[in-house]
Design a protein around this ligand. Structure first.
Ligand SMILES: Cc1cc2nc3c(=O)[nH]c(=O)nc-3n(C[C@H](O)[C@H](O)[C@H](O)COP(=O)(O)O)c2cc1C
Length: 213
């Protein structure tokens, strides 16, 4: 694989929703984990643990769970209850394609977090809060970039986190760990996008203060 410029990788690491049947070598995953682990975490407590799911029955079980949740979300999309930052029809098509092929992806990666390694302010009486993810997702994005650099596509999903208990049972996740997200990983069936559709910087950044209306 030829080297890829970091900025180029950042602009083109989109969600890969359709995968080729090409086998994904363990070494490719290994080198992605090797690079991803250098991501930051609060207090450098490094709370992320990974499960690499390759077993066909386990992938099928996860895909079946996913399909149920996705069907519900598509319903909410159609009724306008769920908002999107992209074209609805295009997104529905991609989401369906993704769900339909999920059991056959070369690997599903599950990012688990060791709760004891989160700072106290991340875990209140109601369990981990929004800040908890901040110790996980920089490493997850590092992984996506390291895969992209090797020509491998990925899609992050958090949908399965809703069925934490079932996923934990399937993957024998130990007590004291939670799944933070699941990634489908493999060589893309179509070329990577030349550039992803995102809001321009002018709509994203304010200097010093937001303007009050
Ligand atoms: C936290 C998170 C959760 C996501 N969950 C899903 C999901 O359940 N299903 C899915 O198809 N894509 C999921 N995605 C992918 C987003 O839909 C995708 O990043 C967004 O639509 C932009 O797509 P693009 O990067 O291909 O332009 C998720 C992404 C993130 C960061």
């Amino acid at each position: 694989v030829s080297p890829i410029d970091l900025f180029e990788a950042m602009r083109t690491t989109g969600s890969t929703r359709a995968f080729s049947s090409e086998e994904l070598p363990d070494e490719v995953l290994e080198s992605a984990f090797e690079a991803a682990r250098f991501g930051p975490s609060g207090g450098n407590r490094q709370p992320v643990r990974w499960v690499v799911v390759r077993d066909p029955d386990l992938k099928r079980a996860l895909a079946d769970l996913y399909a149920l949740l996705q069907a519900r979300d598509l319903e909410a999309l159609r009724s306008g209850e769920l908002r999107l930052g992209s074209d609805v029809e295009e997104m529905v098509e991609k989401a369906n394609e993704f769900a339909a092929g999920l059991a056959e992806v070369p690997a599903m990666l599950v990012a688990c977090v060791v709760l004891a390694d989160l700072h106290n302010h991340m875990s209140g009486a109601d369990g981990p809060n929004m800040i908890a993810g901040s110790c996980v997702y920089p490493i997850v994005q590092n992984l996506c970039l390291a895969l992209r650099a090797q020509g491998v596509g990925s899609t992050i999903t958090t949908l399965l986190c809703e069925r934490e208990a079932e996923v934990a049972e399937l993957l024998a996740v130990p007590d004291g760990m939670l799944c933070a997200c699941h990634l489908a990983v493999g060589y893309p069936r179509r070329p990577f996008p030349a550039r992803l559709r995102r809001l321009p910087v002018s709509e994203l950044v304010v200097h010093d203060r937001f303007e009050r209306a």
